[in-house]
Design a protein around this ligand. Structure first.
Ligand code: DX5
Length: 225
């Protein structure tokens, strides 16, 4: 599945006001029209932070395709509500204790795409049993739960390792956490299909920040590193 690289925005919001403001900024950015938005959901258990809830998402309908990134201890209890919100992709932690296969099946049975997220310290090899069933692997390049953290370069080999597994499964590789113009080119060169950007988009003019990241991707590809 060698499609074009995508750069998608992520909303990590702890208040409804923050969610509304970030969604409006994204919707006012023509480059994102018709594309995806990642929405972070946190339960203050799997990560030490609490986000807005699905009820808030319901209050702000959008034509953007929604991807829910669950950083929660019990993903099962969130799935049906997200299906009702017309979320198109649900990503939950590979570190989920409830049982991955049942969760993947439940999400796919609703016709949604399903992704597994790996914390920085989780080896790519743990994906093995699920390679043939998932649509996306999210390589977290920060410890999840907060925006504005520094990219962890130690995850770069994990992107390459996940890309090598593509021979056995048709899934996208998404990289999320600390993505900015300094690291975007390297993450793309290692094999990312999707780069997820939060704070480095919203800190200033979104279109200008997005353009700088695209320029870095093209520079990274042309320098071949
Ligand atoms: C991990 C979240 C990321 C994070 C990325 O905490 O899944 O989406 O908010 O935000 P930035 O781009 O600010 O690191």
């Amino acid at each position: 599945m060698n499609g074009k690289l995508q750069i998608i925005p992520t909303i990590l919001a702890t208040t409804e006001k923050e969610y509304k403001s970030k969604l409006q900024e994204i919707e006012n950015t023509p480059e994102f029209e018709g594309g995806w938005v990642q929405i972070d959901l946190m339960d203050n258990k799997f990560v030490q932070n609490t986000s807005i809830t699905p009820e808030v998402i319901a209050r702000y309908p959008t034509s953007l395709k929604k991807e829910a990134h669950l950083m929660v201890e019990y993903p099962e209890s969130w799935i049906d509500e997200l299906v009702n919100l017309k979320v198109e992709r649900i990503i939950f932690p590979l570190e989920d204790k409830e049982g991955i296969t049942e969760r993947v099946t439940h999400i796919k049975n609703h016709g949604l795409e399903v992704g597994l997220a790996l914390n920085p310290e989780t080896p790519v090899a743990k994906l093995e049993p699920y390679i043939g069933t998932i649509d996306l692997v999210l390589i977290l390049s920060v410890h999840p739960g907060f925006g504005g953290q520094k990219f962890l370069p130690g995850v770069l080999p994990k992107i390459k390792e996940a890309a090598a597994l593509k021979e056995r499964g048709r899934f996208l590789i998404e990289v999320d956490g600390g993505i900015n113009k300094e690291v975007a080119g390297r993450a793309a060169a290692e094999g990312a299909d999707i780069l997820v950007v939060g704070s480095h988009l919203f800190d200033g003019n979104v279109s200008e920040n997005l353009e700088k990241i695209w320029q870095a991707v093209f520079a990274g590809k042309s320098s071949g590193h």
